[in-house]
Design a protein around this ligand. Structure first.
Ligand code: BGC
Ligand code: BGC
Length: 628
């Protein structure tokens, strides 16, 4: 309204629509809360930053603001282009080999480090390497793979999430990397969004509790010696702001009111900042038509002015190119709006040259440049990068036995157990005696790839199960449990059997996806085969336990009706044995583990809709127990 009035006062003719858009997108920073800083002001640290800045050339400064992908930069490139950080995108690994060994990752980290510190003289600050360790150190063969976030949301266990963060950090440290692009703090409202499984929940309080726990697990608690020590890594709260409210469209538009944006979308970010998160990532999405990478009011006035965030705001993968007037290779507007580091996977060279020219021409002010570089230096010094030495000499580096160690896998298995949500249990079919003859059917029965979903070795989760190790499929876990007790297990994805089983599991659901590739127009599951199989088994008089593998709640009324018991298992990751732990009694007949998962989102009673249907099939928080 104010904008429209001002424009008409100036005699400008604008369409009502444009004026309305400008008016509704206004941000009122004074309405946003102040966040108590996690770390007190540190004059010694600030003096060191100022001293470093004073010694750096404009090119060295610009280098700190650009992040390249290891798929298109070599360590040698750093001698001409002193970039401050690199990442490995979801499809990229050392030596162009997705199955490169952890040793190769560490060796490449050493080479980048050496190149970044070889530059003679002033302003030598080691490079940082960031990775998407989003359900464990998931790009690394051999690492522990935890359930994706949506399953952790079902577990309602912040202490578990904190331990997962700590173990993930340790495994990242084994390979010499410094930084993870996690946690995702999207508050998902529409499960048709392909990133639903990266969100903990549609409930802002749950997301906030987990944000603090995961950030502290990854980084250590601020103010204690453990903070960013050799067992911890820099975390990233992503994606700021509003990614979970885009109506099910990845990188889409969030049309929430400013109050909803603040109270729902920002809840996790506020908690992460209070917990000391050192970096945040701008969202690909827009708010009321304005792309977040260019939203100065939110990225600067709110994030800095109200939340007091003093770390690094990084852009997303070429996210800056979506701003009007920008390209992947040039975007002063994003830096001006408040993005400190531009993620420029492949066009980093041109971006470096263009950004340096913009600095020299004053299009990026010296003040803004020093502010952004200062934030990068602050994070690097807090992370002890100046003192730690090469990646391979750091305390846990090269301890490859820690990757997927028995202790770490046991925690992942516990997380699987806790994340399972029991939606139906007709006649108390579960828990079962482990002495039974069990059939394990369905496409997902012995399918580690399907259990793990996207962001597993590669971006979309395309690797064959055999390449995801160590791992246990759901079938393998069931077989181990029943054979130990004197029962038997038969694997048959198609459901045919030679020996008539006492009970049949049908494991089915979604195939892996990531980001926009996982956007769907409706929540229907197009899997007639496994439904037919359940009906067939029922007709034979065999009790059916359905296990759904999915990154989101789905409209599965027909399967619910066909099955005697129904478990939403989300994307449990590599430790499928967690399912057997809960569905079978111990050999002596006692209960080993009860279900404890509760829905992190409402479950739909119709295929489409806005993800939070007025009358859900099952409400948020639903989940059956044996104990009740
Ligand atoms: C995703 C981010 C991720 C980045 C680097 C982007 O496409 O949106 O969440 O951290 O890629 O892989
Ligand atoms: C990369 C991901 C990234 C995505 C962005 C992929 O090629 O591997 O890390 O998130 O592109 O579109």
């Amino acid at each position: 309204m104010k904008v429209a009035a001002a424009l008409s006062a100036l005699g400008l003719i604008v369409s009502a629509q444009v004026a309305a858009a400008a008016a509704v997108a206004a941000v009122h920073p004074a309405d946003w809360p102040h966040v108590t800083p996690a770390l007190p002001a540190d004059p010694r640290l600030e003096a060191r930053i100022a001293a470093l800045l004073a010694r750096m050339t404009p090119a060295e400064k610009v280098g700190q603001l650009i992040q390249a992908d290891i798929g298109s930069i070599t360590p040698d490139d750093l001698s001409h282009y002193p970039l401050g950080s690199v990442l490995n995108g979801g499809n990229v690994a050392p030596n162009d080999d997705k199955l490169a060994s952890p040793r190769e990752w560490l060796a490449l980290a050493d080479r980048f480090y050496a190149a970044s510190t070889a530059r003679a003289g002033r302003g030598v600050i080691p490079v940082m390497w960031a990775t998407d360790a989003v359900h464990g150190h998931n790009n690394i063969p051999g690492a522990t793979l935890f359930p994706h976030n949506i399953g952790l949301g079902a577990a309602r266990d912040p202490a578990l999430v904190r331990r997962i963060g700590a173990i993930t950090a340790l495994e990242v440290r084994v390979t010499g990397l410094d930084w993870t692009f996690a946690p995702t703090l999207a508050v998902v409202r529409d499960a048709r969004w392909g990133r639903t499984y990266e969100s903990y929940s549609g409930n802002p309080r749950l997301v906030a509790a987990y944000a603090a726990a995961m950030v502290e697990g990854l980084q250590g608690r601020p103010g204690r010696p453990e903070f960013l020590d050799a067992a911890h890594v820099v975390a990233t709260a992503k994606h700021f702001l509003g990614d979970g409210g885009t109506g099910g469209h990845d990188e889409g538009d969030n049309s929430a009111s400013e109050a909803e944006l603040r109270e729902v979308d920002a809840a996790g970010h506020i908690a992460a900042i209070a917990a000391g998160v050192q970096t945040m990532m701008a969202s690909f999405s827009s708010w009321r038509g304005v792309k977040m990478h260019g939203n100065r009011a939110l990225l600067t006035d709110v994030l800095r002015g109200r939340f007091g965030f003093d770390g690094v705001l990084i852009g997303d993968w070429n996210g800056h190119e979506q701003l009007p007037g920008c390209r992947a290779a040039s975007c002063a507007a994003a830096i001006d709006a408040g993005v400190d580091v531009l993620m420029a996977p492949s066009e980093w060279r041109e971006l470096f040259d263009n950004t340096l020219a913009q600095v020299q021409r004053g299009e990026i002010s010296a003040t803004r440049l020093d502010e952004a570089v200062g934030r990068v230096l602050r994070v690097k010094l807090r992370a002890h990068l100046d003192a730690e030495g090469p990646p391979s000499v750091r305390r846990f580096a090269g301890h490859f036995e820690l990757l997927g160690s028995p202790v770490h896998r046991a925690l992942a298995r516990q997380a699987v157990r806790e994340s399972l949500v029991l939606l139906k249990n007709r006649g108390s079919l579960l828990p079962l005696s482990p002495r039974m003859r069990v059939l394990v059917a369905g496409e997902g029965a012995d399918n580690v790839r399907q259990q793990c979903g996207g962001w597993t070795i590669d971006w979309q989760g395309t690797m064959p199960s055999a390449d995801i190790r160590p791992a246990e499929s759901i079938y393998a876990g069931i077989r181990a449990a029943v054979t130990a007790a004197g029962g038997s297990a038969q694997l048959s994805p198609s459901g045919e059997f030679s020996v008539r089983p006492d009970v049949a599991f049908v494991v089915f659901g979604e195939q892996p996806y990531a980001e926009g590739a996982g956007d769907v127009p409706s929540l229907a599951l197009h899997d007639q085969q496994d439904l037919a199989l359940m009906r067939h088994l029922k007709a034979e008089g065999i009790a059916v336990v359905a296990v759904l593998l999915s990154g989101r709640p789905l409209w599965i009324d027909a399967e619910l009706a066909a099955a005697d018991a129904f478990i939403a298992a989300w994307l449990p990751g590599a430790e499928g044995g967690g399912v057997a732990d809960v569905v079978f009694r111990a050999v002596d007949g006692s209960l080993s583990h009860d279900f404890r998962g509760r829905l992190p989102l409402p479950w739909p009673r119709a295929p489409a809709g806005d993800g939070a249907p007025a009358t859900p099939r099952f409400p948020f928080g639903y989940g059956l127990r044996y104990g009740k």
